[in-house]
Design a protein. Structure first.
Length: 157
């Protein structure tokens, strides 16, 4: 019996065969639940409430123009007056026609007539700047305009 020596057994090795499946599952989960923001909002926008709202069908055909007071980080540079934001920059009304032209050029030719401009205007913004933006949109032949609003809760009186 002296021929057979006892071998010490260590811990078994960790089975990593299912690790790639787990990693791809977590990666797929984050890809599904993450949304990409198209532009950073540089103005404060608290949209007014409305009772009759319709949802836009194709969001890819919507271009947004934000109008409101600059947010806290931008007030030192741009003041507290309402400003227009196109994409990621502040702009003047004279730049709207170039913005609309670039947005239409990014769409296919068959989708260009269906392009909608969504005005996201702070509820405390004066109408003068909104009227100027609408005039600039009219000159750029962007005639489909949408006003963003929040759904009003019906309060029983």
């Amino acid at each position: 019996m002296g021929k057979f020596a006892k071998k010490e057994r260590g811990l078994p090795e960790l089975n990593t065969s299912s690790l790639p499946d787990l990693i791809f599952t977590v990666l797929f989960f984050f890809m599904v639940v993450t949304t990409m923001r198209e532009s950073e909002v540089l103005v404060e926008v608290r949209v007014p409430s409305a009772s009759e709202l319709t949802k836009l069908e194709k969001k890819s055909l919507v271009s947004s123009i934000y109008i409101g007071k600059p947010n806290r980080s931008m007030r030192a540079r741009f003041g507290t007056e309402s400003r227009i934001q196109l994409n990621d920059d502040f702009a003047e009304t004279t730049e709207i026609s170039n913005f609309i032209g670039a947005e239409k050029a990014a769409l296919s030719e068959k989708d260009q007539p269906y392009m909608t401009v969504s005005l996201r205007v702070d509820k405390n913004t004066r109408m003068g700047i909104v009227t100027d933006v609408k005039e600039a949109l009219r000159e750029a032949l962007a005639l489909k305009i949408n006003y963003s609003a929040a759904k009003r809760e019906n309060i029983a009186e």
